[in-house]
Design a protein around this ligand. Structure first.
Ligand code: DGY
Length: 326
C-alpha cells in the first residue's frame, strides 16, 4: 500500500473516487490510498489493495462480506460507506469482528426525492418517448392525441417505505395534487404522517396505489417482494417507480405487466445486478430509466462525504455518531 503522506498515522483506503473537496480533506487526515481509476473492485481486489488500512471507504458498489472483513481486520477498525443503504455490508460480521460501520442518512433525502419525482413525472407523462420524438427528427408536429399521459391531480401515490426519503417524496408529491397513501412496518406519528393514509399491509397499499413508489431500504427480507402476485393487486394501468434497490422487484413480472399494459409505465433508478440490468427494460418505450443517480448532486455528494468525516471524528473522540450502523 503506497501512501500520500508519511506523517499521518492512520491509513485509509478509498474504494471509489469521492468529490475533490472530500478527497482533499481525507488526504489531510489520513495516509490515503485510492483506487485511482475508479473501477468497481471485487472483494478479493479490495483485500489486496487495502491491506494495512485502518479505515475503509466504500460505496454501494462494493460487496463487503465477512471474508473481506476478516482479511483486513488485523488493522481495520471502521468501514465508512458513502450510501444510506447498507445491504452491501455484512453488518452482523462487522459486529462480530468489532469493526464499526458508518453510513450517510438524511443528507441525501432531498436529492433522492427529486429523482423520485423526476421518474414519476417522466413515467406518467411519457418522457422517454417525448424526448425521442423530438431528438430523432420524427416529430410530425403537434396533435391533439399525441403522447397522452396520466395526469397527477387527485391520483393516489402509494409509498412503500415512509422513512426520511419517503416523507421527502410525499412533501413534494402533495404539491402536484397527489393523495398520499403509505405502508411501513409501523404507523407514523400524526405530525410525520401529515394526512397520509396508512395501510397496515403491503397488499392493502397496492390495491390503492395508482402510482407505486418503492422507497424502502433494501434488505434481504424484501428481495423479490414485488412479485407477480403482488403487482397484480395494483389498479389497472398503475405506474411503478423504484428508487430503492432493484432486487425488491421481480423483473420478469414487472416486464410482463409493462408489456401487457397492466402497468402503464415504470420509472426505475435502480436494478438487480447493476449495471447489468435485465436487457428487456431497454426495449420498452413505457419505461424511464436512470442509472442509480438518486443522490447524485454536487451538494449531496459533498455532504455525504462530510457526514462520514464527522462520524469518524466523533468516533475518535469516543462518541457515538448518529450515522453509526454497527
Ligand atoms: C444509497 O445511498 O444507498 C444510494 O443508493 C447510493 O448508493
Amino acid at each position: 500500500m503506497s501512501t500520500t503522506s508519511a506523517i499521518l498515522t492512520e491509513q485509509a483506503y478509498l474504494c471509489r473516487r469521492f468529490t475533490p473537496a472530500v478527497e482533499a480533506e481525507l488526504g489531510r487526515r489520513y495516509a490515503l490510498c485510492l483506487n485511482a481509476d475508479d473501477a468497481i473492485l471485487a472483494p478479493a481486489q479490495i483485500a489486496e489493495q487495502a491491506e494495512g488500512a485502518n479505515v475503509l471507504f466504500v460505496t454501494a458498489t462494493e460487496i463487503v462480506d465477512a471474508s473481506l472483513m476478516r482479511a483486513l481486520r488485523p488493522t481495520l477498525h471502521t468501514i465508512a460507506t458513502l450510501s444510506v443503504g447498507h445491504d452491501h455490508i455484512d453488518l452482523a460480521a462487522a459486529r462480530k469482528l468489532g469493526i464499526r460501520v458508518l453510513h450517510t442518512p438524511d443528507v441525501l433525502s432531498d436529492a433522492c426525492a427529486e429523482i423520485a419525482l423526476l421518474l414519476l413525472l417522466n413515467a406518467c407523462r411519457r418522457g422517454f418517448e417525448a424526448d425521442r420524438m423530438v431528438r430523432s427528427g420524427q416529430w410530425p408536429g403537434w396533435a391533439p392525441t399525441q403522447l397522452l399521459g396520466k395526469g397527477l391531480v387527485g391520483r393516489r401515490l402509494g409509498i412503500f417505505g415512509m422513512g426520511r426519503i419517503g416523507r421527502a417524496i410525499a412533501t413534494r408529491a402533495r404539491g402536484f395534487g397527489l393523495r398520499i397513501h403509505y405502508h411501513n412496518r409501523s404507523r407514523l406519528a400524526p405530525e410525520l404522517e401529515d394526512g397520509a393514509v396508512y395501510h397496515d399491509t403491503l397488499e392493502s397499499l397496492l390495491g390503492n396505489a395508482d402510482i407505486l413508489m418503492i422507497a424502502a431500504p433494501g434488505t434481504p427480507q424484501l428481495k423479490g417482494v414485488f412479485d407477480r402476485r403482488r403487482l397484480a393487486l395494483l389498479p389497472a394501468r398503475a405506474v411503478v417507480i423504484n428508487i430503492s434497490r432493484g432486487d425488491l422487484v421481480d423483473d420478469g413480472a414487472l416486464i410482463e405487466a409493462l408489456q401487457s399494459g397492466q402497468v402503464f409505465a415504470a420509472g426505475l433508478d435502480v436494478f438487480a445486478n447493476e449495471p447489468k440490468l435485465d436487457p428487456r427494460y431497454r426495449t420498452l418505450d413505457n419505461v424511464f430509466l436512470t442509472p442509480h443517480i438518486g443522490s447524485a448532486t454536487f451538494e449531496t455528494r459533498d455532504a455525504m462525504g462530510w457526514l462520514l468525516i464527522d462520524g469518524l471524528e466523533a468516533l475518535g473522540r469516543g462518541e457515538v455518531p448518529t450515522n453509526l450502523l454497527a
